[in-house]
Design a protein around this ligand. Sequence first.
Ligand code: ATP
Length: 525
Amino acid sequence: MLKVENLTKKFEESYALKDVNFSLKKGEIHGLVGANGSGKSTLMNILFGSGHIKDTGGYSGRIFIEEENITISSTLDALRHGIGLVHQEFALLGSLDISSNIKINRENIYPLAGKILGREFGIVDTKKNKEDAKNALSKIGVNIDPSIKVSNVSINMKQFIEIAREIDNTNLKILMLDEPTASLNQEDTRILLKSLRAIADTGISIIFVSHRLEEVTQICDRVTVLRDGEVISHYSKEEFEINKIALDMIGIQVVQTKRKRTVGNRDKIISFQNVQVTQGDKLYKEISLDIKKGEVLGITGLAGYGQEIFGYGLMGLYDMKGNVFINGEKVIPGDVGLISKKGIYMLPDERKEMGLLLGSSIWENVVFGSYEQHKEFLKYPKMKGLSFLNHGVIDNYSSKLVEDLNIKVRDIYQPIKELSGGNQQKVCIARALTINPEILFVGEPTRGIDIYSKEIVLEMLLKMNEEKGMTIVISSGEIGELKRICDRIVIMYGGEVFDILEPDVDDEVFSLAISGRRVESYEKN
Ligand SMILES: Nc1ncnc2c1ncn2[C@@H]1O[C@H](COP(=O)(O)OP(=O)(O)OP(=O)(O)O)[C@@H](O)[C@H]1O
């Protein structure tokens, strides 16, 4: 179906891809793996004719589709050749319904469409659009009313809608998926993976990019490993071995981080008492939770069940009402100024909303907002915000953090918008660590991050907890990670705190709790 030969892409003097050879068979699911910044997105962006490839000098090398040597210089070229891409970041229009999003630019038009006063016009056949949308969604195992507005659906569902939009294209030959399961819960991941196999069986070829090697080895027919823009190895199904693939990706053995647990009875640092949280048309009622000083608290559950509501509510991203106490003192949720002064910082899980200063450099993003905590960043600390910055100190500090967190950059002056997604994510973590809050709320801290850097990020969080006594609240769907590093894990179910579990209880207990059941009822059944 596809063959690329000596594909090379340079950004100024540095290679993002170097002489990459890669092939994709008809109906194959091909895993593309590599550390953050290894060139996966660049490869897909070239194949999808992304503007930023052209704007930065194009690519060299040859691309063949079904033996035909083609040039891809625009998205239109890619679409014409039947290539579709689903990005990590969603590009849906929230104010439109699901079917309008799926049929965008491919709307069904009534045959009576024609010309009025010389202008072309058409009337959209919304009924047919809905049928098509339903059909595309059913191919990926989803049954939902396509008239629902996209702004009212969960992140899980948005991912399915994005994929359905590509599937709806009858000309589709190659579907490229950039971390399609990163925002899905376990059940939806299972549904998606199963559907991808069914889609591949219809003859569509799939490029599957993911940092979750278990999924890659489960679903793919072959895997190609990239490291620093070069192909390091190819594997076919019978040769798959996660450790071997990981070693090829990173170059060194990855050691899993684990917390040495030392919790005793601790004082409450934050207490949510019967709070009510509203997010869009969702309402969470009568929620209570105590967070203990110095603990690492995990919050998990199926997507949409509210694991993020505490941080988001406290910081005013969702509307929270009710009694919230910080160190025994009542605060008004959403009063961000006061809450920040009390040493609370939140890093939300939606990357786009993380507040990266996209036009600024890495160092600016790392130290932004932390001059209070790091007076050494200022030449004249007494002048506060009016002081010149102490660039020597800031440069050393940012360079060290970039190195410690394994962030792949040219130098700390590089604009953050030039970094790969995973490396941008790590800069967000770097900023949170620099702000050094007393309490850190962090959502999905390892999403989009490669297996090696994941461990570094987890290790850094633990270090901040152990050495600085930082209380850390992590909302995440990565239960395995939470079990390794948390003191307690809150399970949200149906918009309530369903249970709080010790991290070393059986996996089975966790799985049951996540689906709203308890062990006793399981045993009875
Ligand atoms: N516009 C740009 N200018 C300069 N360098 C760039 C630009 N876009 C990407 N790069 C560099 O190209 C390299 C490959 O990035 P790419 O986004 O392809 O990595 P990736 O494998 O997709 O990473 P991730 O797993 O983090 O998504 C990185 O070093 C990145 O900094």
